[in-house]
Design a protein around this ligand. Sequence first.
Ligand SMILES: Nc1ncnc2c1ncn2[C@@H]1O[C@H](COP(=O)(O)OP(=O)(O)O)[C@@H](O)[C@H]1O
Ligand SMILES: [Mg+2]
Length: 249
Amino acid sequence: MAIEKHHVKSKLAVAYQLIHTPRISRHIPDTELLRESSFYRMLSKHDKIYLKPDQGRKSRGVIRVERLRDDSYKLRQGTEVNYVDGKDLWTSVKGITEDSRYVVQRAVDSVTKGGRPFDLRCHSLRVRGKWKVGGICGRLGEHGSIVTTSHYGGTPVLLRTLFKRHLEYTAKERIKMNRKLERCVLRTVRRVSQMYPNLKEFAVDIGIDRHKKIWIYEVNIEPLIRGNFKLLPDQALFRKIKRMREIAR
Ligand SMILES: Nc1ncnc2c1ncn2[C@@H]1O[C@H](COP(=O)(O)OP(=O)(O)O)[C@@H](O)[C@H]1O
Ligand SMILES: [Mg+2]
């Protein structure tokens, strides 16, 4: 597939490129432009799906739809929960999403041993033409939340703490996962940088399912570090990324 050059964020454009990239495609959850047909196709394949604004950020407008028994559905957005009958489902979804372009994506079961949702913020920079991982941190959502962003009650945590305390990985599993993540992030940003050749910084948002499989939720262009790395109990990564920014090109 030809690589298009982009200047604005588009979750869909990035997902489409990555879905067609060997060794990355298996990390991309099923993702499509939200339309009535794609919505029902996704729901027939997956019990839970996410609807997200194509150009969204900070979890704004993120909705989760969950199929329950008896043709009823649970819709969640922020702290709001609604139960909707099958026959009214598309009308409700359309009502909430019609003001902007949305993508529909299968949900990844990325939860801690204690049942809290989590994901990883993987920050990457291009230093003298070479892509490097500046830092990875975890983000823990509140119990029952559908997102992990600090703007919605989520808490950034050190990767080590997340893996050890919340996922109960052994030392060996931690080392293996760190290596897998680093490789996956670098492959991803190298590819995405072909779409945005002028950008020298990306952040990949990643979930990990119960089988320790890595799933890429989105790739952020022009990522900020105040809402995540700055809030960690240890500022080492925050300072490291700031230093790398000075020499990034
Ligand atoms: N497919 C998914 N499965 C599970 N959780 C998801 C999925 N997509 C997004 N999320 C949750 O919603 C948050 C926001 O989604 P994201 O794609 O990162 O959009 P935004 O641009 O708003 O940051 C993620 O940080 C994650 O916690
Ligand atoms: Mg995100």
